[in-house]
Structures are given as C-alpha cells and as structure tokens.
Design a protein around this ligand. Sequence first.
Ligand code: CA
Length: 221
Amino acid sequence: MRILLVEDDALLGDGVRAGLKLAGFAVDWVQDGQAAKLALETEEYAMVVLDLGLPKLTGTELLKWLRGKGLKLPVLILTARDTVADRVAGLNAGADDYLIKPFDLDELIARLHALLRRSAGQVAMTLRHGDIELTPATHEVSKGGKAVNLSAREFTLLHELLLHVGQVRSREQLEQHLYSWGEEVESNSVEVHIHHLRKKLGNELIRTLRGVGYVIDKSQV
Ligand code: CA
C-alpha cells in the first residue's frame, strides 16, 4: 500500500517513514503542503498521513482542497496536544482519524490498517476469499489453513487485489502500490509477482485481462 506522508519535522518524518516501510507500506514523504498537493495530483495513494502545521499550505487547507476535488482516500491527521480547535477543524475538513503527538508508531500502523479496511468496506481483521486468508496487521497469508510465505511485494499485490475483489486493477495501479519515489520500477515486476502468487496460491485465483489488468473474481460460494 502506498502512503503519502506529509510532515515538516525532519526527525519525526524520517522516523515515521522508516517505521511504515518496515511495516510493509511504500511511503512518499513530503515536507510542505504545496509538495503534498502536487503529489496528490500526480500519484495514486491508498492513504495520507497529514501533519496540520505545515509551511506553504496548512494541513487543513490541503484537506479542504483534497475533499473539494472529490478525492475520497482516507486521511489521518497528526496534531499537537494543545490544539483541540485545529483537530476539530481537521476532522470537519474531512479527516478520517487523528493521532496526538507524540504517538506510538504501532498505534499509527494499527489505525492505518483500520482505515484501509473501512475504506474498502471491510470490517473484519482478516480478508477471506475461498480458502485464502490474509491478515494485514500481522502480514500473514494462509491457504486451506496452512501458512503461505509471501515476499513483501507479493503480499502487497495480493492485499490490493483482495481489497478490490471483482474490480480490475491495471498494471499501473498495482505498480503505484509497490513502489515509492526513487525506487526503480522493474519493467516486468508485476507480472513476475503475479506469477509467483499463482504458484503459491493456485493458478485460478488471479485472472489476467490481457492489456487491461488483473482481477480476483467474486467467489462462487
Ligand atoms: Ca508541523
């Protein structure tokens, strides 16, 4: 899952980026509101982690712009302890959740997983499809009750497809979730990861629509 992190505090931003990366997210980090706006205009993100006190364009202004544009992706705001008014303004401007600084990285990760589930209309902690189960918080996948070992990118691809069962995801959309800025995109990487997923989870799970993309069809059961 690709996340846009907007935080002007260099130390905090660096720490959060490193922690989210370890948790399996692809993270693009920008340090002011204008850069965030540009990123949101050009890239596709699963979520935004947004500091409110930012140079150039405040977090609240960015949120208003984003919701005004019709972008529905979940936004979690980061606020200082003493700014209740800011927090309320942020929530009113369209934020989905907030954390007060200083916060625990594990709590941030848990809340992001919860936001992802909610935005995909999922309530359960575990995504199920036929005999396949995927638990984002623990990064576990099983088939028929047996654990299956997936690489971080295979996991991300499967997660993305399971969040959109019945909807075709294009190769470009899937690539967006695999790589953050500055990471080299291998030209055939999505195909290679899909190939590995089929080997590990069965050929019939992911259907290729030639020239269009990939889809996990709704279960027959
Ligand atoms: Ca700040």
